[in-house]
Design a protein around this ligand. Sequence first.
Ligand code: NAD
Length: 551
Amino acid sequence: MDDGQITAIVDEVLGAYGGPKAPPAAPTPTTSSAPASGADADAIARAVADILKAHRAETPAPAAETVRASVPGTKGCCWKMVDDTAGDPVERILAKVMSEPDGIKPAAAPTGAGDGIFETMDAAVAAAVQAQRQYLLCTMADRQRFVDGIRAVVLEGDTAETLSRMTVEETGMGRLEHKIIKNRLAASKTPGTEDLTTQAMSGDDGLSLVEYSPYGVIGAVCPTTNPTETIICNAIGMLAAGNAVVFSPHPRAKGVSLLMVRMINEKLAALGAPANLVVTVATPSIDNTNAMMSHPDIKMLVATGGPGIVKAVMSTGKKAIGAGAGNPPVVVDETADIEKAARDIVNGCSFDNNLPCTAEKELIAVDQIADFLIHCMKGCGAYHVTDPAVVQKLEALVLTEKGTPNTGFVGKNAQYILEKAGVSVTDDVRVILIELPKEHPFVQEELLMPILPLVRVPDVDQAILLAIEVEHGNRHTAIMHSTNVRKLTKMGKLIQTTIFVKNGPSYAGLGAGGMGHGTFTIAGPTGEGLTSAKSFARLRRCVMVEALNIR
Ligand code: NAD
């Protein structure tokens, strides 16, 4: 933008007030199509402010009418509704400038089919940038409508079941009935705009507000273990906070992830939202994820996945949220209600075949109650493997040569895994329970399958120390069954996990049967904890000097 254009805008503002014209601009070498820099924008703001200040000292301004943020009774978002002829002229022009930020005309319509799916990452990001600029002028009520629309997509009819069935078929992992619960949990218990609470400071110097404001366009990487759940909960939280989002799904969950993005776009379009607030690429891949991470218009990265992708986003130099791997231990001491603990452990460990990063991955039991605990677990769905030959077969099947989990067995049913090891059981068996020493890879590795190693220890203090050791400092999730408040407190303090569940199944920590909101992005490494809208927002201070304090 050149000085001539700045002068024209200033003239337009002042003309609206019947004010003086700005001095003529000096000739400038920049062409009229050059985008305005931040410095240009500042220059415009300063010029308008200076001239208006001088002018207002002489002439009282007309009563300000607020540009209507949205039109009552319509479904559309404000950015489409700004009335070009009514309202305060300065606000009118500001609204116009904001709909074309930095004076840049919106690019030609992106090449997507309107369903949020783009051939290239560049096209997806460009569309999301344009959408987010328009979204800035939507009201909080609009945001909440869009967020509620995303919930409705999943909660209406049998959509949750369809998505869950597709996920099980496409990824070959997990259990249908549990995926339905997870999808519905993400849609119903992820907080919306109510999460964005304002802080206020008032006193002799006036009133200041600290508010949650969007980052812009967020790049969100999703895991194969919760593909649609992560899209649902991230889309709700990120849109509630005023952002647009580019998703990078796991290639193994491409079909269902693209369907989810399409369904969200259809709903948002019906609600009058700016197009392309939620986008992705037609061919998810590591290359596309890398392109997204390094794209200059992606202002924040959120990685939900294993250690590789968490490290990758944290190494970009951008604001990043890392929601990484866990290896949750569950401790049972002699004061616990053993029968209830047994039920909770089987239920938590077998939930979606142990795919959740929060699920019980190793059991540490005090010797005094270990045998009774095993007995109770056998009564509610655990198969106790005692034959060393079967243990060896299982090791050969589910571990790679490096001792890491074999992806062919991740998220499989206990019945399937046992069958491959030559043991025939019914599908009532949900967990494979094996007593092992603490050094065993089944204890040390995050297997993500319903094999639960049990390590016996002499007392609760040693159980707590071992739990800390095998959690590997992931700061993710731990569970304890005990009625000894001092020991519960000791473990909670020392283990430092983001989620610590006492006397319940691990999924209580996700808001399923426990207090608190739901999320499928649990950010231990970067410290946001159980993410929600406020995790995807920047804090900004807005200061009114010497006014609006009524104390
Ligand atoms: P994964 O790390 O293999 O993949 C996650 C995503 O990152 C995928 O989209 C994948 O394509 C991408 N990716 C992985 N490595 C990459 C690289 N080097 N460069 C670019 N992209 C890369 O994980 P997964 O198997 O899909 O999911 C399981 C893992 O995720 C487990 O470790 C689990 O604990 C963790 N997880 C954590 C949370 C949490 O909230 N903390 C939630 C779900 C899953």
